[in-house]
Design a protein around this ligand. Structure first.
Ligand SMILES: [Zn+2]
Length: 394
């Protein structure tokens, strides 16, 4: 195998036996991959970085974000601002059919499952689900069961649903959808829970943005700005810079007020993730930033990374996010996703003068995509609300 796994807590190393995303010694940690090969990146798109992904074959499709200096933003903020532009923006040479960086993760996760001939179940409220719906077809040997809370979906769409994806609507919230996806996977032979941010196939796919950045620009930035739900992308960028032998940037995280679990845990030095009395998916403008269980306190997670890089975390009001979105539209002529607007608004919060900043535009261009493709809301194949309903799923 071209990689092994290491636990950042107990430092033990392991061979990947497939879908074991936790340290066997019971550590509260995020298992990381260590690749033995020195990379010889070749080809284009996501699969250029296959040597640093825990898979052995590629899919035909593999879009990659555009990475470039924004002269307009650099002038405004008297600094050097570099975009990692994920989305559907043909003028910038990026045509992600699901419009967000989630599709990098999903392609890698699909291949990981496909090569192990293991069917996967997972829950999603939006972008991850879209990516599985569209890209599932590239994992020819497996079935995918996608559990989606009926009421609280956001931005869910499909162009052509992959035949091997079953969409299960859940009468209840995101937590129930996740619980049912886990139960479904446990009870069926040949199925596994997909693993989310603990799945290193996903995280390593996001690390490719760091490799792309270094290859294109030749340096690691002073700051890396991203809006976060689980925090997977920020962890992956940090890990990616380390794998490239670079000093990781100071990591700047943003969330959308009033749901600020990561921001509050960091700024108030809390010992656990705070509870909120409302359902964030119902309340938030940037609904994808609604994760109640971010990868924060686990060894190797956000807290460690913020400490090591002298990072910062900001709560962004919806008003500020929208204002930042308007500026982006005015300059570039297409729509950033709300979560990307939250990241853009963070530029107003720090003195950036003279610094080099990478900002991850995690999603954009649905408005352009809709002109090129017929986009529709996906229909549920089944509706469930409790464990016993899972038996009807074929
Ligand atoms: Zn361990």
């Amino acid at each position: 195998m071209k990689y092994h796994l290491v636990c950042p807590e107990c430092k033990n190393t392991f061979t990947d036996t497939g879908f074991a995303f936790k340290c066997p010694h019971g550590c509260y940690s995020i298992l990381k991959t260590v690749y033995r090969v020195k990379p010889a990146f070749k080809g284009e798109g996501l699969w250029r970085y296959m040597e640093y992904l825990p898979v052995n074959s590629k899919t035909q499709y593999g879009e990659f974000p555009a990475i470039f200096k924004s002269q307009e933003y650099s002038d405004i903020y008297e600094s050097e601002i570099y975009f990692i532009l994920n989305g559907y923006a043909p003028d910038f040479g990026v045509r992600m059919k699901t419009c967000t960086f989630k599709e990098l993760e999903v392609l890698s996760s699909l291949k990981y499952s496909d090569e192990r001939k293991t069917n996967i179940a997972l829950s999603s409220v939006g972008n991850t689900g879209n990516a599985f719906l569209e890209l599932g077809r590239y994992a020819e040997n497996i079935q995918i069961a996608l559990f989606i809370p009926e009421e609280i979906t956001c931005c869910l769409f499909e162009i052509n649903r992959s035949d091997n994806v079953t969409v299960v609507g859940v009468r209840g919230g995101y937590d129930l959808a996740t619980e049912l996806a886990k139960t479904f996977a446990e009870k069926r032979e040949g199925w596994k829970y997909e693993g989310g941010g603990l799945n290193f196939a996903r995280r390593d796919a996001l690390s490719t943005m760091a490799y792309g950045f270094v290859e294109k620009l030749g340096f690691s930035p002073d700051y890396y700005i991203q809006s976060v739900g689980s925090g997977t992308g920020a962890i992956a960028f940090f890990d990616g810079m380390k794998r490239m032998g670079m000093k990781p940037p100071s990591v700047i995280l943003a969330q959308n007020s009033p749901f600020l679990p990561i921001v509050e845990a960091w700024n108030k030095k809390l010992s656990k993730i705070p509870d909120y009395s409302f359902d964030p998916v119902e309340v938030l403008y940037a609904k994808v930033l609604s994760n109640k269980n971010p990868l924060f306190f686990q060894k190797g997670g956000l807290k460690d990374i913020l400490e090591e890089t002298d990072g910062m975390a900001f709560g962004i009001s919806t008003e500020d996010a929208k204002k930042a979105g308007r500026l982006f539209r005015k300059i570039y002529g297409f729509e950033p996703y709300p979560a990307a607007e939250v990241a853009l608004a963070t530029l107003e919060k720090i003195d950036l003068r003279g610094k080099k900043i990478a900002i991850n535009i995690t999603g954009s261009g649905l408005d352009i995509l809709k002109k090129d493709y017929k986009v529709r809301e996906p229909k549920f194949d089944y509706m469930v609300e409790a464990e016993e309903d899972l038996e009807m799923i074929e």
